[in-house]
Write a protein that binds this ligand. Structure first.
Ligand SMILES: [Fe+2]
Ligand SMILES: [Fe+2]
Length: 192
């Protein structure tokens, strides 16, 4: 942009020679929003990333379901002196992972997608792994690995989505902060 300097009451002021960009709505897109009602919450300004974002959300949904199953397995089978308190936390985590899955499924539907709950492909689509450990410390370690994978995946998704879909980004940010709390708790319980 070219900028010129003007003399004005003894002080220097700068002004642009080019027209200033105006903040105005796209009226054509507002009109278009009145049509295509089958698209529900998805309007013309959404951009071309809908299918990619739905695919990312479906992989995250699979991850949350696998994490729920892993924590449930650990909750019901944890043994040992320190296990009751930790097992209770495994259950708290299981329920929070289920809540994350519900948020993701709800958002997928809002975007006009199909949430994929198919058990046949869950472990292949999940970023984190199921775990059948019987030792409490091995359970804690497996959960910490899974949480760290989830944290990395959500961090990458948030960067990819950026300002392309602020609602999805806010949902992912809220889930990410809870995964970070999970990882922090688990790392406190690791004894080696
Ligand atoms: Fe989660
Ligand atoms: Fe978690």
């Amino acid at each position: 942009m070219t900028v010129s300097t003007l003399a004005f009451t003894g002080k220097e002021r700068t002004t642009s020679e080019q027209p200033v960009e105006r903040l105005q709505l796209d009226v054509g897109a507002l009109e278009a929003a009145k049509r295509s009602l089958e698209k529900g919450a998805v309007t013309p300004s959404y951009g071309p990333w809908r299918e990619d974002i739905i695919a990312l959300l479906n992989d995250a949904l699979a991850t949350e379901i696998v994490c729920t199953l892993r924590y449930k397995r650990h909750y019901f089978t944890a043994k040992g002196v320190s296990s009751p308190k930790i097992a209770e936390e495994f259950l708290v985590h299981a329920n929070e992972e289920t809540a994350h899955a519900d948020l993701l499924a709800e958002r997928i539907v809002q975007l006009g997608g199909q949430p994929d709950f198919s058990p046949d492909t869950l472990t292949a689509r999940s970023h984190a792994e199921y775990d059948g450990s019987e030792d409490l410390q091995a359970m804690i370690r497996a959960n910490l690995v899974a949480e760290r994978v989830a944290i990395e995946a959500y961090g990458q998704m948030i960067k990819l989505i950026g300002d392309k879909d602020s609602t999805t980004r806010r949902i992912l940010e809220s889930i990410l902060s809870q995964e970070q709390e999970h990882a922090d708790e688990l790392s406190d319980w690791l004894t080696d």
